[in-house]
Design a protein around this ligand. Structure first.
Ligand SMILES: NC(=O)c1ccc[n+]([C@@H]2O[C@H](COP(=O)([O-])OP(=O)(O)OC[C@H]3O[C@@H](n4cnc5c(N)ncnc54)[C@H](O)[C@@H]3O)[C@@H](O)[C@H]2O)c1
Ligand SMILES: O=C(O)CC[C@@H](O)C(=O)O
Length: 528
């Protein structure tokens, strides 16, 4: 019986997320507001962790999360998750990249208007009974130029809204193609030109080494006097000290920040500066967006935990919940072939080639490759899985090649794994019987048909009469029962390969006795 997966929701999330987990048969606890130490103390019980932006998934939390398989971010930014650490531990990290885009774009537009008409100050003054009609002179946005830094999902929605307001939109985004720029109605420009031309600037990039301080002191100095700046993306994109100085000196007319270098931002030199507006990271905070991201994250995490489907993962290739059941037996086969190569490898393996043929060639190959690598590397480490195997393989400099053959050979479907060693290429291959049962069909050039399951013994010997009897006696004397027996020969009287399934592990002492039998060249106990 499979155990029911357990998910922890550790940030405030729409109740629909918990409801979906429960409906899908997943046990869920909602425990929010914990300190990192408190979270580390409980996280070990869970297979999934559903978060927003408050929970920081650090290497320490990951080390304590010994059962964790997936982190689901109900939102876009995953900068609160240590992705390399999660990947190295084999934890899938997924987000919901579109659920709050419209809402965040609308917040950027709301802040743009708030700056243009000084709405917060006018509101505070009016409610203070001052009626300062002459103090608050605004600017129209019609006909003004909006400079977008980052024209991805949110940036392009902001562009469409700004065009609707009859603004002209220029965009700086090195990854924006000229065709896409035309499609979304923006003029693609370099950053300096944007800074020179924009009346309003909005930022919509992730925080990366390239975007950190993209509005640096130097770049702020290049803007038009009276520019108004909105950041609804990430703190750290603007030099906050330089922004304060530019507001104080009148170099810029206004700035609105939803996000800060340090959050929660409970104190900042910017607070109280004329022309400055702030909101506490509310970009995604609408009912609609929170329902969207809660539903999406719960569905995605459930698909992964229950069916193996991978959607919107940051650190592994996607695999739809429909594809997953079809690929599952292939992944079992691939993992066994990888494990066989790992267990039988002699000397160092410089690379692995993974080939698919027939029906297997029509499938998404990444999960098959991941499973081969996981099987191969698990021989040396218990913590390897399909998520971290490609990462670990790369880290170890293993050259991995994928080849898809349209042809169909002796089998309707086939996966072959070839280890490239100093001694030459060594290939194993397997098929699926009844499209479900993994079966070995080729072992280092010898045709065999064997299950790879439980304890096994691999023997290479000189093909001479009497050997099988002597082997049976040796195993019998050790109290080891033979389950199945597969013999393959390259040619009669040459070298023979024996693959036996045995009812219990063959210990070093028995292996040594078999090695003493005449004609034996190699003996390896195997485990699947
Ligand atoms: N305030 C909030 O609550 C809130 C809500 C949602 C998203 N966000 C943040 O908004 C940001 C944008 O989200 P998105 O969904 O549009 O992401 P996206 O990935 O769709 O778009 C990001 C864009 O930035 C561009 N970019 C990357 N590096 C750049 C660089 N050096 N210079 C210029 N452009 C660059 C990319 O090419 C891409 O087009 C993210 O950081 C996200 O976390 C904030
Ligand atoms: O969860 C939130 O409220 C913020 C989300 C936002 O920063 C995001 O990147 O999606």
């Amino acid at each position: 019986m499979t155990t029911q997966p357990k998910v922890l929701i550790s940030d405030k999330m729409d109740p629909r997320a918990a409801a979906i987990f429960r409906e899908r048969g997943i046990q869920v606890d909602e425990i929010t507001g914990k300190t990192p130490e408190e979270l580390a103390a409980i996280v070990g019980d869970y297979d999934g962790l559903a978060i927003r932006s408050s929970t920081k998934v650090t290497p320490k939390i990951l080390a304590a999360a010994t059962s964790l398989k997936v982190v689901g971010r109900a939102g876009i930014g995953v900068d609160n998750v240590d992705i390399p650490a999660a990947t190295a531990r084999g934890v899938v990290v997924m987000n919901t990249p579109f659920g709050n885009s419209i809402t965040t774009a609308e917040h950027a537009i709301a802040l743009l208007f708030a700056l243009a008409r000084q709405l917060p100050e006018a509101d505070a003054s009016t409610q203070a009974g001052k009626w300062e009609k002459n103090r608050f002179m605004g600017v129209e946005v019609t006909g003004k130029t909006l400079g977008l830094i980052g024209a991805g999902n949110i940036g392009s929605i902001v562009a469409s809204r700004a065009l609707g307001l009859r603004m002209k939109v220029v965009a700086f985004d090195p990854f924006l193609s000229p065709e896409r720029a035309v499609e979304i109605g923006v003029e693609k420009v370099e950053l300096d030109e944007l800074l020179r031309r924009a009346d309003f600037i909005t930022l919509h990039t992730p925080l990366t080494d390239q975007t950190r301080n993209i509005l640096s002191r130097e770049n702020i100095a290049k803007t038009k006097k009276d520019v108004r700046i909105v950041n609804c993306a990430r703190g750290g994109l603007i030099d906050e000290a330089a922004l304060k100085d530019a507001l104080d000196s009148g170099q810029i007319a206004g700035a609105a920040l939803d996000v800060f270098e340090t959050e929660p931002a409970t104190a900042s030199p910017l607070f109280g500066t004329p022309g400055f507006i702030s909101t506490p990271h509310l970009g995604a905070s609408t009912n609609e967006a929170q329902v969207n991201v809660a539903i999406q994250v719960a569905e995605q995490m459930s698909d992964f935990l229950l069916l193996g489907g991978v959607t919107n993962a940051i650190n592994v290739p996607s695999l739809s919940a429909e594809e997953a059941p079809r690929l599952k037996p292939y992944m079992a086969l691939a993992e066994k072939l990888g494990s066989l190569v790992g267990q039988l490898a002699r000397g160092s393996i410089a690379g692995l080639s993974i080939e698919t043929e027939g029906a297997a060639a029509e499938l998404n190959m990444k999960p098959i490759t991941g499973a081969v690598l996981a099987g191969y590397m698990r021989v040396h480490s218990d913590t390897v899985n399909m998520v971290n195997a490609p990462f670990l393989a790369k880290e170890r400099g293993l050259d991995v090649r994928e080849v898809r053959h349209d042809r169909e050979g002796d089998y309707h479907t086939l996966v072959r794994v070839t280890a490239h060693t100093q001694a030459g290429d060594r290939a194993v291959a397997g098929t699926l019987f009844g499209n479900a049962a993994p079966r070995l069909t080729e072992l280092f050039g010898v045709k065999v048909e064997a299950d790879l399951a439980g304890d096994m013994l691999y023997i290479v010997n000189e093909d001479a009469p009497g050997f099988i009897g002597r082997l049976g006696t040796t195993l019998g004397e050790a109290g080891i029962n033979i389950g199945t027996f597969h013999l393959g020969r390259i040619d009669a009287g040459g070298e023979a390969v024996l693959l036996l399934s045995v009812d219990e592990p063959v210990g070093a002492e028995v292996v040594a006795r078999i090695e003493q039998l005449p004609g034996v060249k190699q003996v390896r106990p195997l485990k699947f």
